[in-house]
Write a protein that binds this ligand. Structure first.
Ligand code: SAM
Length: 306
């Protein structure tokens, strides 16, 4: 089923959380000269117009990026994210919003590699087109073609299955973002299965999973299930912009679950999340959760379900 189109949701509060955290994870990897690989298993179209088409339908960006756009007092990690978006809107008016691949491309260096999967025929076409335009723009700015070469690869394929073939990356350094639509329950199961398989191939990679915090059981159980995956620690951060809404009436809350998180992530989020809740919160139910830990012991004698 491929009815999901990210354009309807571009720039909403969930995108803010996901994209600002992803940028921080990539910046962490970029602290060392050694190259790294960024793999986006569900890449979307890469860039979205906010002033026309699908995005205008519910104007979800008004729950997210719009609220940060005019702020002069952004904490540094949010300023890095908003500055990236300001650079793609040189007129000063918020017209374009980046998808995760574009955010990554802007942060990554010439030696790093982007591998993008997208299954929707229209979105993968738009993704390729958006990257073609980006390359043409960069060529015009004098960036050497050889450096761009094989830097970006886009696959019209299932990202859950495709991930296997890329792990471990040659540089043994990397971030995998898993951001499925969760329109089908099977996505929850496949996220967990894909992570278990991926950690078997590339145990030291950083893995970031976005998930909707909905009332439905699969969603509520998701972080608890991911905490049991053997890894070198986990971090779970959620952002709620209001009190819970019944399923089917929009999304008030979402999370990023990170396996093998860099040690810098938690202190940074402790600083930024209270600010973000105030900036995006729409009622007294606005809140965040930030928790971390080591993987729960497995094989304890009692068999866990799920
Ligand atoms: N990561 C993007 C971003 O932050 O800008 C948004 C991705 S959107 C939430 C999920 C995307 O996954 C949709 O564009 C959808 O077409 C695509 N998709 C759904 N199932 C897929 C699969 N099995 N493999 C790859 N892409 C898939």
């Amino acid at each position: 089923m491929l009815s999901y189109r990210h354009a309807f949701h571009a720039g909403n509060h969930a995108d803010v959380l996901k994209h600002f955290v992803t940028i921080q994870l990539l910046k962490y990897l970029g602290q060392k000269d050694a190259p790294y690989m960024y793999i986006d298993t569900h890449a979307g179209a890469g860039m979205y117009a906010l002033d026309s088409g699908e995005a205008t339908k519910n104007a979800e960006f008004d729950t997210g990026i719009t609220r940060l756009w005019g702020r002069k007092d952004l904490p540094a990690p949010l300023a890095e994210y908003v500055d990236l978006i300001r650079a793609m809107n040189p007129s000063g008016k918020l017209r374009f919003y980046p998808g995760s691949p574009y955010c990554a491309e802007k942060v990554m260096r010439e030696q790093d590699r982007l591998r993008l999967f997208e299954l929707h025929p229209r979105d993968v076409k738009m993704l390729a087109e958006n990257f073609r335009k980006l390359e043409a723009h960069e060529a015009a700015q004098g960036r050497p073609a050889a450096a761009r070469g094989k830097r970006v690869m886009i696959s019209h394929a299932d990202g859950f299955a495709g991930l296997k073939s890329l792990l471990p990356p040659p540089s043994r350094r990397g971030l995998v973002l898993i951001d499925p639509p969760y329109e089908v329950k099977d996505d929850y199961r496949r996220v967990k299965q894909t992570l278990e398989d991926a950690l078997g191939r590339f145990a030291t990679g950083i893995y970031a999973v976005w998930y909707p915090a909905l009332q439905r059981m699969e969603s509520r159980q998701m972080p608890e299930k991911l905490k049991r995956i053997p890894a070198n620690g986990w971090l779970n951060v959620t952002l709620s912009i209001s009190a819970p809404v019944p399923d089917g009436f929009g999304l008030a809350s979402s999370g990023m679950f990170i396996l093998n998180p860099p040690w810098t992530l938690e202190p940074m989020l402790r600083e930024v999340m209270p600010w973000l809740v105030k900036a995006l919160g729409s009622d007294a139910g606005a809140s965040f959760v930030l928790e971390s830990g080591q993987t729960l012991p497995v094989n304890t004698g009692t068999r866990r379900t799920g």
